[in-house]
Design a protein around this ligand. Structure first.
Ligand code: HEM
Length: 528
């Protein structure tokens, strides 16, 4: 007979009862099933095994870059035209066409180099990745807050990132020597260096930073005409930064300062807003420019290529679950909709392979079935089947037995091209491995320094001298040499901070990988 007095008493409230994943009620969540009160434990204890083995798998690999980040949700609202010029003249992408048309979106802000639990107040570029759930399927714009990048060929990316990460032998996180070792041999990084070590490297919040697509894309109109395009997100909240000193003080109190700021603002109803603006250029190689329009280490001067506003983004919701919506969200540069296209930018093409490749590993082969990644407003019908964690039953066309195409027995059919299937300029060339001809590595870095306000120049010099002070002397000398080639005052001021003069570095030959332009050779001959 059961001893009623020894049974745990039922909870005297109407809260939902705890179950396991099979739907079985959990009667005791405090004690495993054992032989006698002191054990041993029994192996057939399904409830315990389900709970502990799920826990054992609660982490997925963190992102190899941009591991620390925060997701939010909102909408994009299109303007439809510039004055009386309809946007349809430039792109047929549906989300941009009508004034007032809203498209649901997700955004993830991030830092780049640190791990998942690292400080959000580290000096670093910030990721700015937007996913729009359009009626034509998803569009991802995966950018940063800097407008440019360190390298221009995707084949260099793993080396660049290794230089940013801790020492592989002892995991030493004092990485300045590694970072500048790589950069001193990579002159195209100089423009990005003048951004990351200036005020933009420490944004005051995610709400007060700009975003950029960085790489060059294309727009395609209904006639198949193409334009090169660059994207800019301009915050209505203004652009604000922190000094290194202030960031260190805040970091001492909270490693997740930026996520908290963003989420608390949204919860207070202060919805952050950005305007999306684009720069357009005719789709060819523009021999009249000293730089290449497909080079992501360059900006397009706004006087020559004016910014045109195309819509606004509002963030009004935070995730219900960090893991499901921030850890598992997956962005990629290959995720474009009709009317938007790739350019031949060598970084963009390399990135486009990398994102979905890492996500199949990091999240799993069916990562696109997860709610945060799936195309919410487009009908998805593929012949893909199976794989780990298949969640969606993709029944295909009228006949669910036909998971192949072509077929005359009711399978899926190809879509009809909206208009033209051939677009853009014709390209001819030989297979090769070459740098782009117009590298122009120093000029925009020097111009940016000269155009900065005095306090921005001072901040840049202070931060660079601080970081370079931790580096070996040959690295310092080569960096001072590069800074002189950018701009005399920049070279001189950083040199002074490190005790290195123009005379100490003028004997250095150009890097083996470099071919200096006449103008650069001239600067080198008159260094300082
Ligand atoms: C994340 C690769 C350049 C912005 C990532 C991830 C990889 C990657 C593997 C992790 C994705 C994931 O696990 O879901 C590359 C490669 C690059 C490159 C191979 C160069 C060839 C860039 C550039 C930008 C950028 C130039 C900025 C314009 C981002 C952002 C994320 C990211 C914002 C985080 C996305 C998120 O929030 O989930 N990148 N990246 N990357 N990358 Fe890149």
């Amino acid at each position: 007979m059961t001893d009623v007095a020894s049974q745990p008493s039922a909870p005297a409230d109407d809260r939902q009862v705890l179950t396991n994943r099979q739907g079985h009620p959990v009667f005791d969540n405090q004690n495993q099933r054992t032989v006698g009160a002191r054990g041993p434990a029994t192996l057939e204890n399904y409830q315990f095994l389900e709970k502990i083995s799920h826990f054992d798998r609660e982490r997925i690999p963190e992102r190899v870059v941009h591991a620390r980040g925060a997701t939010a949700f909102g909408y994009f609202e299109a303007y439809g035209s510039w004055g009386d010029e309809p946007i349809a003249e430039y792109t047929r992408a549906k989300l941009f066409q009508e004034q007032g048309k809203q498209t649901e979106l997700a955004i993830r802000f991030s830092t780049v180099a640190g791990g998942r639990d690292s400080s959000e107040l580290a000096r670093d570029p910030r990721g700015f990745a937007v996913k729009m759930y359009t009626e034509d399927g998803n569009w991802d714009l995966v950018g940063n807050n800097m407008a440019v990048f360190f390298i221009r060929d995707a084949v260099k990316f793993p080396d660049f990132i290794h230089s940013q990460k801790p020492d592989p032998v002892n995991f030493d996180r004092q990485v300045a020597n590694r970072v500048f070792d790589f950069i001193s041999q990579t002159p195209e990084a100089l423009h990005m260096v003048t951004m990351v070590f200036g005020p933009r490297g420490l944004p005051a919040s995610y709400r007060t930073m700009q975003g950029f697509g960085v790489n060059t894309y294309k727009w395609v109109n209904a006639a198949g005409d193409t334009k090169l395009v660059k994207y800019h997100w301009i915050p209505k909240q203004g652009v604000k930064s922190l000094t290194a000193e202030k960031a260190a003080e805040l970091q001492g109190q909270d490693l997740g300062y930026h996520t908290k700021d963003l989420y608390e603002a949204i919860e207070r109803g202060e919805y952050p807003e950005w305007e999306l603006q684009v720069q357009l250029m005719d789709d060819h190689d523009h021999p009249e420019l000293d730089w290449d329009p497909l080079d992501d280490t360059k900006v397009w001067p706004e006087n020559d290529f004016p910014l045109k506003p195309v819509g606004r983004m509002v963030l009004n919701r935070i995730p219900e679950n960090f893991f499901a919506e921030s850890e598992q969200i997956a962005f990629g540069t290959g995720v474009l909709v009709d009317g938007l296209d790739f350019s031949d930018d060598k970084m963009l093409v390399g990135r486009t392979f990398s994102y979905s490749d890492t996500q199949r590993y990091r999240v799993g082969p069916n990562y696109l079935q997860l709610p945060v990644n799936s195309a919410k407003h487009a009908k998805v019908a593929t012949n893909q089947r199976d794989g780990q964690m298949t969640y969606v039953v993709d029944t295909g066309g009228e006949n669910p037995h036909v998971n192949y195409e072509p077929s005359i027995t009711g399978g899926l059919r190809e879509a009809t091209y909206p208009t033209h299937d051939d677009q853009g300029p014709e390209i001819t060339g030989r297979l090769t491995r070459k740098r782009i001809p117009r590298t122009d590595d120093y000029r925009q870095a020097g111009e940016r320094f000269l155009l900065s306000e005095q306090w921005e120049q001072d901040d840049l010099v202070l931060n660079l001298v601080g970081a370079l002070s931790q580096c070996d002397r040959p690295i310092q000398e080569r960096m001072v040499w590069h800074f002189f080639l950018c701009e005399d005052t920049l070279g001189r001021r950083i040199g002074e901070g490190l005790g290195i003069s123009a005379d100490d570095v003028r004997h250095l030959p150009p890097l083996a990988s470099q071919t200096l332009t006449e103008q650069e050779q001239d600067r080198l001959a008159n260094l300082g």
